[in-house]
Structure formats: C-alpha cells, structure tokens
Ligand binder design. Structure first.
Ligand SMILES: C[S@@+](CC[C@H](N)C(=O)[O-])C[C@H]1O[C@@H](n2cnc3c(N)ncnc32)[C@H](O)[C@@H]1O
Length: 215
C-alpha cells in the first residue's frame, strides 16, 4: 500500500509541510498538543497490544509516538516527504517502535486492494487541509475492521482566520455536519468532546475529538 505517487489535494502546490518538518517537534505547542490528544484518545478508546493503529496525516508522528506503548503494530502515513523522513528517522531510532511509514493520499487515489485492516485510525489536524472529505472518510471505513474506531481531532468551525486568505481546505468543522458525513461513510455512532485549543495571533481556536465506531 506504500510508495504510491502523491497528489496533494487541498494542499499548496509546493508542500509547505516539507519545509516545516525538520523543526516541527521544536515547537513545544506541537508536542503538548500531541500529548493532550493522545491522552484523550487513551481515555476514550480501549487500547492494548492487539490494537492495530493507523495514523493518517501523522506529520512527524508525535501522536503515534505518544500512543505506541499502549497499542500493537503502528502504521503512520503522510503526503509530505519531509514529514515522512522525520518519522522514518524516529522509527529507525526506536522512538516510534516497529512502525511502518506510508506515502498515502486517501483523498485523491483509490485504495489499493489489500486485506489489511486496522482497529484504530487517528487523524489530528489533517482533515481540515482537504477540500473533499468524503473519499477519505469512506477509505477510513474500508480500512477499519468491524467495530474499529476512528478518532478525529481537529478545529471547531472557525471564521477562516486560522489559515487566512487563499486556503482551500475546511475552516474547521461544524460537529453536526461532520457527524452527518461520518454517518454516510459508515460511522453511525459518533461522540464529540472538547480536547484542546490552539492560540494563534491572540485568538483561541478550540479543538474537538470525535470518536466514531465502524459498524
Ligand atoms: C497541521 S499538520 C498536523 C501533523 C500532525 N498530525 C500533528 O498533529 O502534529 C497536517 C499534516 O497533514 C498532512 N497532510 C495534508 N494533506 C494530506 C493528505 N491528503 N493526506 C495525508 N496527509 C496530508 C500534512 O503533510 C501535515 O503533515
């Protein structure tokens, strides 16, 4: 499933995350956010060594790094080559132990045929970068085993100031609209909780954690 060409739907023509990857973990707010989100997931989803974790839009893998001691096999995916390079370094150094790093864009390419399934899919602050959510949610449903959980941490609906002009992703998410999209994709049960916030240019942007179950 790895190694396919990437088309960054919803991204800048030059992937700006490549440039930020090497110093991403130097920002204490990024590390703290991953810690808080991972703790909220741990409190909301049963974990253990049999849980196969897939993190999508994983960046430098901070959330998987925080969860890897409490789950089984870990797979992390990102469309940014820079981010994947950082994660590959962490896997080699044992920081994200025994993980696989995938180059995968679920927004623009069909899923390759595979029997492989996961028990938990986590995605943090990645979905708002995509202009179209439907293919990604539907691919998540395919990738999850029956009864598996999807944990989405992202921005509450905001006024567009988070990214400013020219951003063609989502300005956060209205919970009811996202729950509706999730239902259509095969996730009839979803719960929302407030889990963190990002302060940017003097404004506070709340983050939700949505936990959905694949039926
Ligand atoms: C704001 S960063 C969040 C990174 C990480 N989840 C975190 O919380 O630190 C968004 C990430 O989503 C990735 N991304 C953007 N579009 C993507 C896509 N279509 N498929 C997979 N990853 C994508 C970016 O490369 C970037 O690493």
């Amino acid at each position: 499933m790895a190694g396919r060409p990437v088309n960054n739907v919803g991204m800048d023509p030059v992937n700006r995350f490549d440039e930020r990857a090497a110093t991403w973990d130097d920002d204490p707010a990024h590390v703290e956010r991953a810690r808080v989100v991972a703790a909220a997931i741990r409190d909301s989803v049963p974990l253990g060594p049999s849980v196969r974790l897939f993190e999508y839009g994983a960046g430098t893998g901070l959330v998987s790094q925080a969860l890897c001691d409490t789950v089984g096999p870990v797979t992390v995916a990102d469309t940014s080559a820079g981010m994947r390079k950082v994660m590959e370094g962490k896997v080699a150094a044992g920081v994200i132990a025994h993980a696989r790093v995938w180059d995968l864009d679920l927004a623009s390419a069909p899923l390759p045929a595979s029997e492989e399934r996961f028990d938990l899919i986590v995605t943090v602050l990645a979905l708002h970068h995509l202009s179209r959510l439907e293919p990604v949610l539907s691919n998540f449903a395919t990738l999850l085993a029956e009864g598996g959980r999807l944990a989405i941490a992202d921005l509450d609906e905001e006024d567009g100031t988070f990214h400013g002009d020219g951003f063609d992703g989502h300005h956060g998410f209205d919970h009811d609209a996202l729950a509706n999209d999730l239902r259509k994709a095969g996730f009839p049960n979803v719960s929302f909780q407030r889990c963190h916030q990002i302060v940017r240019d003097g404004r506070t942007y709340p983050l939700f954690l949505a936990i959905a179950t694949r039926t």
